[in-house]
Design a protein around this ligand. Structure first.
Ligand SMILES: [Zn+2]
Length: 265
């Protein structure tokens, strides 16, 4: 094994293990932020019997599997979301490293942070229909870093992305209020779109919104059929923005380059 290969192997292992541990922390964030709780205190505990998790109850994925998704003391079911968040975060961190590390270490780290933030937005908006400003601010900061370190997108494309995405969503927001006399989008969606446009640049943002709209249409169509929801039931759009943006961040560049090469023959 060459030294570079060995280093790369270490980077992968580190990204996977750290990804799992940070995923475990994201679970705390996803549960506590919407409930207005402190992130550090109290220590993680069962919401039913109050059993405080010991370190060995807190090992990502393994503890969940070993306890078969139940509290050690009272047997209360623990949502599989905890394990899903840990695994998805680790996989996204591995992908960030795999796709970007060799070319651009800063951008790989940036992607990891951004993807973890999207996970929080995804699950909190799904459950509470709320997008908290602190996540928008993290993405805004990441967007400013991306202006300097995203080597596939020119700096002003990021700025155009922010203005265009924010502008379009703001227009939809006011249009819905004017036509439907209610919010079709939350204002959180407008802010999220603006910072995501800044982060991705307008081309990747367009790709992200294409995925978001198609997936959202299909999912809402299925949900309306299956659950027979009354008209006027509201669904969050943030999870679709976050999901589309995550995909565009990871694979948007090669797809856009391929598409442009088709146009240029
Ligand atoms: Zn319990």
């Amino acid at each position: 094994m060459q030294p570079e290969e060995f280093i790369m192997l270490c980077v992968y292992i580190l990204a996977g293990v750290l990804g799992l541990c940070v995923g475990s922390f994201l679970n705390v964030v996803i549960y506590r932020v919407p409930n207005g709780m402190n992130l550090a205190k109290p220590a993680s505990h069962c919401t039913r019997c109050g059993y405080t998790l010991r370190p060995y109850d807190n090992i990502p994925v393994l503890s969940y599997l070993f306890l078969r998704g139940r509290c050690r003391k009272c047997g209360e079911r623990i949502s599989p979301r905890y394990m899903i968040v840990e695994i998805v975060n680790a996989l996204l961190w591995l992908l960030s490293v795999h796709l970007f590390w060799k070319e651009n270490i800063v951008y790989a780290a940036l992607c990891a942070v951004v993807l973890s933030t999207f996970i929080c937005i995804f699950f909190i908006d799904l459950e509470h229909m709320l997008i908290f400003d602190r996540f928008v601010l993290i993405l805004a900061a990441a967007g400013i870093v991306a202006i300097f370190f995203d080597t596939h997108t020119v700096w002003y494309d990021h700025l155009i992305g922010a203005v265009a995405a924010g502008g379009v969503f703001l227009l939809i927001y006011y249009l819905a209020i004017w036509v439907l006399d209610k919010e079709g989008l939350g204002f959180g969606d407008v802010k999220l779109a603006a910072v995501t446009g800044l982060l991705l640049g307008w081309m990747k943002m367009l790709f992200a919104m294409l995925i978001a709209s198609v997936v959202a249409s299909v999912v809402l169509l299925i949900l309306k059929r299956v659950r027979d929801d009354e008209n006027g039931k509201e669904y969050p759009f943030g999870p679709f923005i976050a999901g589309g943006a995550a995909i565009a961040l990871l694979i948007g560049d090669p797809i856009i380059e391929w598409y442009l090469s088709l146009l240029a023959f």
